[in-house]
Design a protein around this ligand. Sequence first.
Ligand SMILES: NC(=O)c1ccc[n+]([C@@H]2O[C@H](COP(=O)([O-])OP(=O)(O)OC[C@H]3O[C@@H](n4cnc5c(N)ncnc54)[C@H](OP(=O)(O)O)[C@@H]3O)[C@@H](O)[C@H]2O)c1
Length: 330
Amino acid sequence: MTYRQIKLIARPEKEITADIFEITTQEIPTPSEGEFVVKLSHLSLDPAMRGWMSPDTESYIPPVELGHVMRASGIGEVVESKNESFPVGSRVMGLMGMTEYALTDGKGINLIPKELPAEAILSVIALPGITSYHGLFEVLKPEAGQTIAITAAAGSVGSLVGQMAKNLGLTVVGVAGSEEKCQWLKDELGFDHALNYKDADFAEQLTQATPKGIDLYFENTGGAAQTPIFERMNAHGRIAVCGLIAEYQKEVPDLGPSWLNIIKKRLTIQGFTMPDHFHRIPEYGQVLGGMLMKGELKYRAHVIKGLESAPSGLNLLFDGKNTGKLIVEL
Ligand SMILES: NC(=O)c1ccc[n+]([C@@H]2O[C@H](COP(=O)([O-])OP(=O)(O)OC[C@H]3O[C@@H](n4cnc5c(N)ncnc54)[C@H](OP(=O)(O)O)[C@@H]3O)[C@@H](O)[C@H]2O)c1
């Protein structure tokens, strides 16, 4: 029996195009001692994948080598096993790649409950959940009464950050790129304010929405919203730099705001990437699962179908056309 994989065969010039990938077909492998075979059911598409395609060896994770399966995280079921920790029938999650089947020794693979829908796991328990939880609680250290601004607020990470902050008693200001997304943030997720960074008067709207300034800033995008938010920061404010999606496809990076405010306002700015904290996945997973069960976190998944839809699907993230966690159902 055969299965398909997607390999990266060239680096993107700017945008992600179909010709940098190749779909190959091969026989399903047989596991050796200690290994097992996973049949994947869902893949997660994440903005970071654009960075993994670039040749940059100075980043937090090595680039995907040309000719190798494109790196991606996914969920699947063990269908053949010579590893007693992962018996046949177990459900697993990990960086198994853009592939319909994966052969693995279990390194970096986590067992996950069978009861939850795959969309719930990929949207809340997996990367978006652990990223929002870590960034909010370990980096920003929020306190009730503070005001937080969040960019890409209607995205998978931002929407969870805002809900957790709201549940703690913060005033939550979300920034997103369409009226529909802003409406969803206010009506469904209970954000205090949701502003469209594409509006010409975005900076004025932000000033109106934050009469007491901004204490915490969860940065997911860079781009148009960054300087206006930075200028509203209060003394001793904290900024978590989680992502800069507006920058990922640019040849020349934006200049960004002046550093003067870092001194004047004694700001703390910290970047973080989750691979440094993957050892905390079981701990974070427990907490996030609890929040989900209690109905404290809502999510929406944007599901596209078939392995072949993955490469072009990635562009939805950069066009802002994804409404929720972008997932490929295999
Ligand atoms: N540090 C980490 O370990 C880590 C882990 C996961 C994710 N991240 C980062 O977190 C950010 C959000 O990731 P996600 O998975 O939750 O994706 P997402 O927010 O679900 O999707 C990406 C969103 O980014 C927005 N966007 C795209 N281009 C933009 C631009 N030029 N200016 C402003 N907004 C733009 C779009 O929303 P609009 O319609 O609102 O424009 C798009 O829907 C990304 O930067 C990602 O790299 C970091």
